[in-house]
Ligand binder design. Structure first.
Ligand code: ADP
Ligand code: MG
Length: 266
């Protein structure tokens, strides 16, 4: 294996480590402190629910950890990788290999079928056509959408579209899943189904989940509930040290974070 595969060591180091992160946006004369000073460590296999009022900084926090934006100050590590220091190209590769996103408004491409939408991250990973079609089909099956392979998003319900969104986020078997209000556009019964599905799949695949939600029922799925207010962590509620997490820590010895150079990147 090449030297750009980064091992997460056998130590009990957290998978994600956020240290004193601050983010300021400048709007002309105005300074907006989106994140004031946030530190948080997340273990492999944990499910973290981020809650807090609109505008408190939840999305900014996820975007920082995913390397979509650079903090104004502070450090972010995933495994041993300093996300805050990576250049655009490296952070994009890192994201493609290691992070799956689920969005509130699904973000499916309307001209593509369900199967093609799910395949897309696999294209970016440089996977060959046959294999990615097979994997995408398996993912659609896993989210209960057998027979919907050729359907376009506009001909699917919100719940079905979000199932495609989940399949797409998980298709490349990323180590970490970020979900930003994934049930925000769904009715309460569908929200429950979708949330149950996300948690089930994340646990089965031993993945780590950071999920933003307003819904207290949904927050109850978390191992920890982190409340954010005005760009700071107001409180952290420990729900339980789940069995999944304990198992995950055992398995951590064998895991690796992969930032191998992707092929076929345009
Ligand atoms: P939340 O997701 O909790 O609703 P956000 O992280 O979206 O909150 O926003 C936190 C604060 O930062 C808000 O005041 C928001 O207006 C501001 N903000 C977020 N993104 C930007 C941006 N790109 N430019 C300027 N201000 C922003
Ligand atoms: Mg938000």
């Amino acid at each position: 294996m090449s030297d750009n595969i980064i091992q997460v060591g056998a130590s009990m180091k957290p998978l994600i480590e956020v240290k004193n992160v601050r983010k300021i946006y400048r709007m002309g004369e105005e300074k907006i402190v989106a994140l004031d000073n946030i530190s948080l460590s997340v273990a492999k296999g944990e499910i973290i629910c981020l809650v807090g009022a609109s505008g408190s900084g939840k999305s900014t926090f996820l975007n920082m950890v995913a390397g979509l934006e650079k903090p104004s100050r502070g450090e972010i590590y995933i495994g041993d990788i300093p996300i805050h220091k990576l250049n655009e190209e490296k952070v994009t590769l890192f994201r493609q290999k290691n992070i799956g996103f689920i969005f509130q408004s699904f973000h499916l491409l309307p001209m593509l079928t369900a199967l093609e939408n799910v395949s897309l991250p696999l294209v970016f990973q440089g996977m060959e056509r046959k294999k990615r079609d097979r994997m995408a089909k398996e993912m659609l099956e896993a989210v209960g959408l057998v027979g919907f392979e050729k359907r376009v998003p506009t001909r699917m319900s919100g719940g079905q579209q979000q199932r495609v969104g989940i399949a797409r986020a998980l298709a490349g078997r990323p180590k970490i899943i970020f979900a930003d209000e994934p049930t925000g556009n769904l009715d309460s019964a569908t929200s429950k189904e979708v949330m149950g599905l996300i948690v089930k799949m994340v646990k089965e695949n031993n993945q780590t989940l950071l999920i933003v939600t307003h819904d207290p029922n949904i927050a109850a799925y978390g191992d920890r509930i982190v409340t954010i207010m005005d760009g700071n962590i107001l409180s952290i509620e420990n729900k339980k040290v789940s069995e999944a997490q304990a198992e995950a820590e055992d398995r951590e010895m064998h895991s690796e974070i992969n930032i191998e150079k992707g092929k076929d990147l345009q």
